[in-house]
Design a protein around this ligand. Structure first.
Ligand SMILES: [Zn+2]
Length: 119
Protein backbone atom coordinates (compact mmCIF):
# COMPACT_ATOMS: atom_id res chain seq x y z
CA UNK A 1 0.00 0.00 0.00
CA UNK A 2 2.79 2.41 0.89
CA UNK A 3 4.43 1.76 -2.45
CA UNK A 4 1.16 2.44 -4.22
CA UNK A 5 0.59 5.72 -2.42
CA UNK A 6 4.01 7.01 -3.35
CA UNK A 7 3.24 6.25 -6.97
CA UNK A 8 -0.04 8.12 -6.74
CA UNK A 9 1.75 11.00 -5.06
CA UNK A 10 4.22 11.18 -7.90
CA UNK A 11 1.43 11.09 -10.46
CA UNK A 12 -0.48 13.82 -8.64
CA UNK A 13 2.62 15.98 -8.41
CA UNK A 14 3.16 15.61 -12.15
CA UNK A 15 -0.44 16.56 -12.84
CA UNK A 16 -0.12 19.53 -10.50
CA UNK A 17 2.92 20.75 -12.38
CA UNK A 18 1.16 20.43 -15.74
CA UNK A 19 -1.86 22.32 -14.48
CA UNK A 20 0.29 25.06 -12.99
CA UNK A 21 2.03 25.42 -16.33
CA UNK A 22 -1.34 25.63 -18.09
CA UNK A 23 -2.49 28.24 -15.62
CA UNK A 24 0.61 30.34 -16.05
CA UNK A 25 -0.27 30.72 -19.74
CA UNK A 26 -3.50 32.55 -18.98
CA UNK A 27 -3.10 33.88 -15.47
CA UNK A 28 -0.66 35.29 -12.97
CA UNK A 29 -0.23 33.77 -9.59
CA UNK A 30 -1.79 36.00 -7.00
CA UNK A 31 0.00 36.82 -3.79
CA UNK A 32 -3.11 35.97 -1.80
CA UNK A 33 -2.62 32.25 -1.58
CA UNK A 34 -1.14 29.16 -3.12
CA UNK A 35 -4.01 28.37 -5.46
CA UNK A 36 -4.96 31.92 -6.23
CA UNK A 37 -4.68 33.18 -9.79
CA UNK A 38 -5.55 36.33 -11.63
CA UNK A 39 -6.46 35.94 -15.29
CA UNK A 40 -4.56 38.26 -17.59
CA UNK A 41 -6.45 40.52 -19.94
CA UNK A 42 -4.80 40.28 -23.37
CA UNK A 43 -3.69 43.36 -25.24
CA UNK A 44 -3.80 42.91 -29.03
CA UNK A 45 -4.43 46.43 -30.19
CA UNK A 46 -6.90 49.28 -30.34
CA UNK A 47 -9.16 48.43 -33.27
CA UNK A 48 -12.68 47.12 -32.66
CA UNK A 49 -11.74 43.73 -34.06
CA UNK A 50 -8.77 43.50 -31.78
CA UNK A 51 -10.81 44.60 -28.80
CA UNK A 52 -13.45 41.97 -29.59
CA UNK A 53 -10.71 39.33 -29.83
CA UNK A 54 -9.30 40.44 -26.51
CA UNK A 55 -12.67 39.98 -24.82
CA UNK A 56 -13.21 36.59 -26.46
CA UNK A 57 -9.77 35.41 -25.38
CA UNK A 58 -10.31 36.74 -21.89
CA UNK A 59 -13.60 34.83 -21.55
CA UNK A 60 -11.91 31.63 -22.76
CA UNK A 61 -9.09 32.23 -20.31
CA UNK A 62 -11.51 32.71 -17.45
CA UNK A 63 -13.25 29.40 -18.03
CA UNK A 64 -9.93 27.65 -18.55
CA UNK A 65 -8.56 29.16 -15.36
CA UNK A 66 -11.63 28.04 -13.44
CA UNK A 67 -11.40 24.49 -14.69
CA UNK A 68 -7.66 24.22 -14.08
CA UNK A 69 -7.83 25.83 -10.68
CA UNK A 70 -10.56 23.42 -9.58
CA UNK A 71 -8.41 20.47 -10.62
CA UNK A 72 -5.46 22.03 -8.88
CA UNK A 73 -7.42 22.36 -5.66
CA UNK A 74 -8.51 18.72 -5.85
CA UNK A 75 -4.96 17.61 -6.41
CA UNK A 76 -3.64 19.75 -3.56
CA UNK A 77 -6.27 18.26 -1.30
CA UNK A 78 -5.34 14.71 -2.30
CA UNK A 79 -1.64 15.44 -1.76
CA UNK A 80 -2.43 16.88 1.65
CA UNK A 81 -4.29 13.70 2.53
CA UNK A 82 -1.34 11.59 1.49
CA UNK A 83 0.83 13.62 3.87
CA UNK A 84 -1.64 13.05 6.67
CA UNK A 85 -2.04 9.36 5.86
CA UNK A 86 -5.69 9.90 5.13
CA UNK A 87 -5.54 9.29 1.43
CA UNK A 88 -8.17 6.98 -0.04
CA UNK A 89 -10.54 7.33 2.91
CA UNK A 90 -14.08 8.51 2.27
CA UNK A 91 -14.69 11.94 3.82
CA UNK A 92 -18.27 11.07 4.67
CA UNK A 93 -18.35 7.52 6.01
CA UNK A 94 -14.65 7.02 6.74
CA UNK A 95 -14.44 3.77 4.81
CA UNK A 96 -11.69 3.03 2.37
CA UNK A 97 -12.32 4.07 -1.21
CA UNK A 98 -11.82 1.12 -3.54
CA UNK A 99 -8.50 0.91 -5.34
CA UNK A 100 -10.25 0.62 -8.71
CA UNK A 101 -12.10 3.88 -8.07
CA UNK A 102 -8.91 5.66 -7.06
CA UNK A 103 -7.22 4.36 -10.15
CA UNK A 104 -9.80 6.08 -12.34
CA UNK A 105 -10.10 9.14 -10.12
CA UNK A 106 -7.01 9.64 -7.93
CA UNK A 107 -8.53 12.75 -6.36
CA UNK A 108 -11.74 10.99 -5.25
CA UNK A 109 -12.95 12.30 -1.91
CA UNK A 110 -15.86 9.96 -1.35
CA UNK A 111 -16.53 6.28 -1.78
CA UNK A 112 -18.85 5.35 -4.62
CA UNK A 113 -21.76 4.79 -2.27
CA UNK A 114 -21.53 8.21 -0.62
CA UNK A 115 -20.90 9.87 -3.94
CA UNK A 116 -24.11 8.41 -5.32
CA UNK A 117 -26.05 9.45 -2.23
CA UNK A 118 -24.66 12.95 -2.53
CA UNK A 119 -25.83 13.43 -6.10
ZN1 LIG B 1 -18.36 6.80 1.99
Amino acid sequence: MKQKTSLIKKELQNQKKEIEEGLSQVADKSSQGENNYKVRFPEYGRSDDENADEVATFIDSLSMEKRLRESLEEISLALEKIEKNKYGVCEICGKKISASRLKILPTARYCLECKQKKE
